[in-house]
Design a binder for this molecule. Structure first.
Ligand SMILES: Cc1ncc(COP(=O)(O)O)c(C=O)c1O
Length: 386
């Protein structure tokens, strides 16, 4: 398929996926046409989005019980609920381990707690886009109570060995939170085979849902106190927040259209199959890596990404300028700057930021070739000026 004159090439799916599958848009529309339910009115609800949503997510992630699935408004919301909730249950200052790969949705809540004197914090660095599980294990002290770790890097496209870390931590008194924002929907997950306490996901990226829906799977809620209270439609005579899942953390009216979009997004992924999805993602990622590395003026930060995420710079050109040229000249949307991952960028490009390309199932090979050519042309011009 040839690119139409002026048609948009969207390569920013690691931020938010676009376009959404037609079934997702239809599901949102249908959810708004039905009277809302979920225990907040009389009469029979026509569709139980909450039960269906939990079952769909649990089954897709290979998690045994749908009762462990909690909905939130996004991954950031989920991570805040978990990190602050865990801290609230601990009267003493404790030690936390995280990594320099993390997104600000992990780094900022932890930094805030460190500044408040509530935690002592260690950031484990990476090498060749990977955090060595041994480095995390070696950093554990008798004061360590929490490990928060990225599963898929939103800049380097690398997948971290959460299984090894989980295996080590599982018989210790250390709560293990995994940020799966970039892996959910990209790689087949079998959570039942992984030891963790909470696994965070977001709906609007590779799961093809709409913005405003995410959640987490929590196996051991006891050490995570609810930090926000409110109406749940259950046990309303009590002024205490219900202690059971999911009411412990799900407060206020649910995002039914969001949950409907998540169910439809996952159904779409299942209709394609994770193998086919991964094959296309691998092919397009390889195409970009091969093309961009054939041009001498381009630095690629991880030449072997496992996710369809390619990060690069053209030395001598500001990454924002590269993004600007791609958008203005070729109508190609990428993401530039720090990608909310400041510590990672400090390690790879001295904090200057880079350009990130992230295709999705809806990106054609032809679009990838056009984008790769456009980037090579910018690099070629920049290189010939030196
Ligand atoms: C690794 C990672 N964690 C967390 C987030 C935050 O996700 P959300 O926008 O759903 O809060 C992102 C989004 O860019 C991410 O890439």
């Amino acid at each position: 398929m040839l690119k139409q004159e002026n048609s948009l090439i969207y390569l920013n799916n690691a931020a938010t996926s676009w376009p959404k599958p037609p079934g997702v848009i239809q599901a949102v529309q249908e959810s708004l046409e039905l009277p809302f339910g979920g225990g907040r009115g009389t009469g029979k609800t026509q569709r139980d989005y909450l039960t269906e949503g939990r079952e769909t997510v649990a089954q897709f992630f290979g998690e045994e019980s749908p009762d462990t699935i909690v909905f939130s408004s996004n991954a950031t919301d989920a991570l805040n609920t978990l990190i602050h909730g865990f801290t609230a249950s601990s009267p003493e200052k404790f030690h936390v381990i995280t990594t320099t790969l993390e997104h600000n949705s992990v780094l900022r809540p932890l930094h805030h707690l460190e500044k408040k004197g509530r935690i002592e914090l260690d950031h484990i660095s990476f090498s060749n886009a990977k955090v060595n599980p041994e480095a995390i294990i070696e950093a554990v002290t008798d004061k360590t109570r929490l490990v928060v770790m990225n599963h898929g890097s939103n800049v380097l496209g690398s997948v971290q060995d959460i299984r090894a870390v989980g295996e080590y931590l599982h018989d210790k008194d250390i709560f293990f939170i995994v940020d799966g924002s970039q892996t959910a929907g990209h790689i087949p997950l079998d959570l039942s085979a992984i030891e963790f306490d909470a696994f965070v996901f977001t709906g609007h990226k590779a799961l093809f849902g709409m913005p405003g829906i995410g959640g987490f799977c929590i196996r051991n809620p006891d050490p995570v106190l609810p930090v926000r209270m409110g109406g749940t439609g259950t046990d309303s005579g009590s002024l205490d927040q219900p202690g059971d899942l999911p009411e412990r953390y799900e407060i206020g009216t649910h995002n039914y259209p969001g949950i409907a979009s998540l169910i439809a997004g996952i159904t779409f992924l299942q209709s394609i199959g994770m193998d086919a999805l991964q094959r296309r993602a691998d092919r397009q990622t390889e195409l970009f890596i091969k093309e961009l590395s054939s041009e001498p003026g381009i630095t690629i930060y991880n030449p072997d990404p496992e996710l369809p995420i390619i990060a690069f710079n053209i030395p001598g050109l500001d990454n924002d300028d590269v993004g600007y040229i791609l958008a203005r000249k070729d109508n190609i949307v990428v993401r530039t700057g720090l990608h909310c991952a400041p510590l990672l960028h400090k390690e790879i490009d001295d904090g200057a930021g880079c350009v990130r390309i992230s295709p999705s199932w809806f990106t054609t090979d032809e679009e990838c070739r056009i984008a790769a050519d456009a980037i090579k042309e910018i690099a070629h011009h920049a290189y010939s000026q030196i």
